[in-house]
Design a binder for this molecule. Structure first.
Ligand SMILES: CSC[C@H]1O[C@H](OP(=O)(O)O)[C@H](O)[C@@H]1O
Ligand SMILES: Nc1ncnc2[nH]cnc12
Length: 290
């Protein structure tokens, strides 16, 4: 029977998870450097969870400095079948209030100072990002969050900004005009890299603030983000455990969107033109097809 191994990337305010059977910390080195922190593996029944705090324990890493490639490669090497991100975000819509969860299904990537691909000169690949989120994982995570009492909005566009500064009011209003629902600094290039690694990815965007467009409410600051996260972290942890409990004993079939085989249609470099050094670095991410 095929089992679930869910990688969980914890965002701001979520640096560890407890309540797992057989929990053990472990380190993985990758061809892309070290991940943000040692990983933690544990089980709920026959479901394995692998936890990684995105910014490292103590929140050492800026959104720009998060080693996104190493993190995704490490989760792949750890045997993850799926990756769930938990992220703090600002709301760009009045109806998405602080404390609510948004099950993001689209992204706009406005980051510009990050490595965004495992591929490059000597091994070129173009994966589709038309549907960047695994709808099955997102649906299951949203259901689990609802079961532990969260207000969950299904679907939403997350705009990823470079940061680390928050947006100006003009930017915040522009993103609203673009139809974005929430804003954060980390889900790109994470979602792109997960797709390149053929890992179904979903994110629970936990609204912590109204950014700075809403004149009736104080503009975002770290202290209001952390205050909402403090109230919400326990529920986020419960949602993760509830997701795993719900999948205990459930056979895992491949993602209905074909994400685990997306590299079949993505690689374009002729075999004789491939650079062996890059191929060696792709052993975990693209080993299935190389
Ligand atoms: C502490 S507020 C800004 C910070 O929070 C979000 O991070 P994450 O997605 O890891 O929860 C946001 O993207 C910024 O990095
Ligand atoms: N308003 C906001 N902008 C960017 N990242 C955030 N993370 C939490 N709130 C945010």
């Amino acid at each position: 029977m095929s089992k679930w191994t869910i990688g969980v990337i914890g965002g701001s305010g979520l640096y560890e998870i407890d309540g797992l059977e057989g929990a053990e910390a472990f380190s993985i080195d990758t061809p892309w450097g070290a991940p943000s922190d040692p990983l933690m593996r544990g089980r709920i029944g026959d479901v394995t969870l692998v936890f990684l705090p995105r910014h490292g324990k103590g929140h050492r890493l800026t959104p720009t400095a998060v080693p996104y490639r190493a993190n995704i490669d490490a989760l792949k090497r750890a045997g993850c079948t799926d990756v769930l991100s938990i992220s703090a975000c600002g709301s760009l819509k009045q109806a998405y209030a602080p404390g609510d969860y948004v099950m993001v299904d689209q992204f706009i990537d406005r980051t510009f100072a990050r490595e965004k691909s495992f591929f490059g000169p000597g091994m070129v690949a173009h994966v589709s990002m038309a549907d960047p989120v695994c709808s099955r994982l997102s649906g299951l995570a949203g259901d689990a969050a609802e079961r532990v009492g969260a207000t969950v909005h299904r679907g939403g566009t997350y705009i990823a900004m470079e940061g680390p500064q928050f947006s100006s009011r003009a930017e915040s209003n522009l993103y609203r005009q673009w139809g974005c629902d929430v804003i954060g600094m980390t889900n790109m290039p994470e979602a792109k890299l997960a797709r390149e690694a053929e890992l179904p990815y979903a994110t629970i965007a936990m609204v912590t603030d109204y950014d700075c467009w809403f004149d009736e409410v104080e503009a975002v600051s770290v202290s209001n983000v952390l205050e909402v996260m403090r109230q919400n972290t326990e529920r986020a942890k419960q949602a993760i455990l509830e997701l795993a409990s719900g999948l205990n004993g459930v056979e895992r079939s491949p993602s209905p969107q074909g994400i685990e085989t997306c590299l079949d249609f993505a690689m374009i470099t002729a075999p004789e033109a491939r650079d062996p050094e890059i191929l060696a670095r792709l052993d975990a991410v693209a080993g299935r097809v190389l």
